[in-house]
Design a protein around this ligand. Structure first.
Ligand SMILES: [Zn+2]
Length: 218
């Protein structure tokens, strides 16, 4: 049975970092919609080009296109034993489509993890967030320079308080229906994301083991 994981969490909750770590440790692909879109465009496949045309017009990529891209990505060999999804599903329609894909795969349940951090703490984190001028990687909290390439760090331009609050509001408004869609499932889990990253990782591991163990006995 596969380990099929969806990571949810507001900007600044640390979801991306945790998704990356978990994927690496478990030998699964971390599948983020941003990466998938970039790949689809680079490979010049029709779905990717259609998505690019929309983004160039300043539109959002529609559900049908996103679902097609995810469906295709999940058929690749590296996703055979599972995946860690980051940034998908974003709508209930996408969540329903993913359920249909999972039924076809017939390879274990979806585990949904919501990394929760109080709004106040998110605002604080986002306001402090710095990125590398050279490679764009998020800086470690107290680093003097980029741990990835040694480049100079700067505050992100969009991370002032008003913009941060607006981003969080947009995220919550968009995501609530998706969380509600999953909330009642036995494989829905909440992780306390305000702990230090190591503790979050530990809690996450326990939860994932528990959810897969529980699912096996079903
Ligand atoms: Zn860098």
């Amino acid at each position: 049975m596969g380990l099929n994981l969806i990571m949810m969490g507001a900007p600044g909750a640390g979801k991306g970092t945790q998704a990356g770590r978990l994927a690496q440790e478990r030998g699964l692909p971390k599948i983020s919609t941003g990466d998938m879109l970039r790949d689809a465009i680079r490979e010049q496949n029709p779905v990717g080009l259609e998505a690019k045309a929309r983004m160039d017009r300043g539109e959002l990529v529609d559900d049908a296109t996103m679902i097609e891209i995810v469906r295709e990505r999940l058929t690749r060999p590296d996703a055979k034993c599972g995946f860690v999804l980051d940034g998908f599903p974003r709508t209930v329609a996408q969540a329903e489509a993913l359920d249909a894909i999972m039924r076809e795969r017939n390879n274990g349940p979806l585990i949904i993890v919501d990394v929760q951090v109080p709004q106040q703490e998110l605002v604080r984190r986002l306001a402090m967030r710095r990125i590398c001028v050279k490679c764009g990687v998020n800086a470690m909290p107290n680093a003097a320079s980029c741990t990835n390439c040694g480049g100079e760090l700067e505050q992100r331009m969009d991370d002032n308080q008003d913009v941060v609050l607006e981003r969080l509001t947009v995220y919550q408004r968009a995501t609530r229906p998706v969380l509600d869609y999953y909330r009642e499932r036995p494989t829905f889990r909440v992780v306390n994301g305000s702990q230090p990253p190591d503790r979050v990782a530990q809690e996450l591991d326990t939860m994932v083991n528990d959810a897969t163990g529980g699912a096996k006995s079903l």
